[in-house]
Design a protein around this ligand. Structure first.
Ligand code: 2P0
Length: 329
């Protein structure tokens, strides 16, 4: 007997950032975070087939068989399924990222969200959003937020076992229809520090990180208020301050972690310039030099014009807010 399903999920881009774990094994964060889930301009499609005859669980990602330590996230998800839902079967997983060529963006969020949905559908587990979020979280922290569309909060939780660390939807994709994310893909030559190692170093060595943590509850409240009331100016200001705060604690780690490059810095200056009269754009950067510029649809052309004047940008992609994962079959 075999059980199959195919699921699609999309990435999310945080405006209140997750950077720091309190438990590495269970992927529990030091602070709550907030993001918008992107539309299907960027997506992961994952097929899963459970079969009693399989001896092990395997993953083919973008045509390549994944082995060794890179299977740790999948193994964690499967041991959770075993312990909590008595799932004893192994599975064949085939996952493909449909990201524009050279997008250079992380796909773990959409990948593990798609996996959680595919598992749920294949086995008919009828899991709640909360359970799907916890399963996705075990693979990659930010994936906990990609199980919903719209505007999503990953609540950090306080329990040691992680049962209260999952995402909730704050507003759906129809709440703020004008919001866009203009992604500027920047040439990156240097190999970056993986997020996981970067977070570990930051928590262990940055003094500024402790200061950042003191302000997170307030930032979260202010951001939720800005989104609920569709206050773009407030939203953009908090988004930029949050990104700068995260990159500041990274730089305060020993040795310093620097993800932004000179093109990123020019983009920051470009956004500052177009925000002189009115705040029309808010940048945020993840663990790399690519810019995510949140703006309203009426200002997309202005943002793109500003980006066109900066050399070193390989491509721009405009995303809307998406509706979250779905089962394809
Ligand atoms: C975020 N990032 O909130 C932050 C902002 C990057 C910068 O979540 O170790 O791939 O798998 O939990 O989720 C990227 O880190 O890390 C990330 P793990 P993840 O989106």
């Amino acid at each position: 007997m075999a059980y199959f399903a195919t699921a699609l999920a999309t990435p999310n881009i945080a405006v209140v950032k997750y950077w720091g774990k309190r438990d590495e094994e269970l992927m529990l964060p030091t602070n709550s975070s907030l993001s918008f889930t992107m539309d299907e301009t960027l997506k992961t499609i994952t097929e899963i087939g459970f079969d009693k005859s399989l001896r092990e669980t395997s993953l083919i990602l973008d045509g390549k068989k994944i082995i060794g330590a890179e299977l740790a996230g999948i193994n964690k998800v499967f041991s959770y399924l075993h312990d909590k839902y008595d799932v004893k079967m192994h599975a064949k997983i085939t996952s493909k990222n449909y990201f524009p060529t050279a997008a250079g963006m992380a796909s773990s969020a959409s990948g593990y969200a798609a996996l959680a949905f595919a598992i749920n559908a294949a086995l008919g587990l009828q899991l709640s959003g909360k359970e799907l979020s916890i399963i996705a979280r075990l693979g990659s922290g930010s994936a906990s937020r990609s199980v919903y569309g719209g505007f999503v909060e990953w609540q950090k939780g306080t329990k040691a076992d992680g049962t209260d660390s999952f995402a909730v939807q704050i507003a759906d994709e129809n709440h703020w229809l004008q919001i866009r994310n203009v992604i500027a893909i920047v040439d990156a030559k240097k190999k970056k520090v993986p997020s996981r190692a970067g977070m570990r170093e930051t928590v262990a060595t940055s003094r500024l990180f402790k200061e950042r943590m003191k302000g997170m509850d307030r930032t979260l409240v202010d951001m939720k208020r800005a989104v609920s009331s569709k206050d773009f100016e407030g939203f953009a200001k908090i988004t930029m301050r949050e990104s700068n705060s995260m990159h500041a604690v990274m730089a305060d780690a020993k040795p310093p972690i620097v993800y932004l490059n000179d093109v990123s810095i020019k983009i920051i200056a470009g956004v500052e310039a177009i925000n002189k009269q009115d705040i029309v754009a808010g940048y945020t950067f993840d663990a790399g030099p690519n810019a995510h510029i949140y703006t309203l649809d009426e200002n997309v052309s202005g943002v793109k014009k500003m980006l066109a004047g900066i050399s070193g940008i390989r491509k721009t992609i405009v995303c809307r807010v998406g509706s979250g994962p779905r089962i394809l079959g």
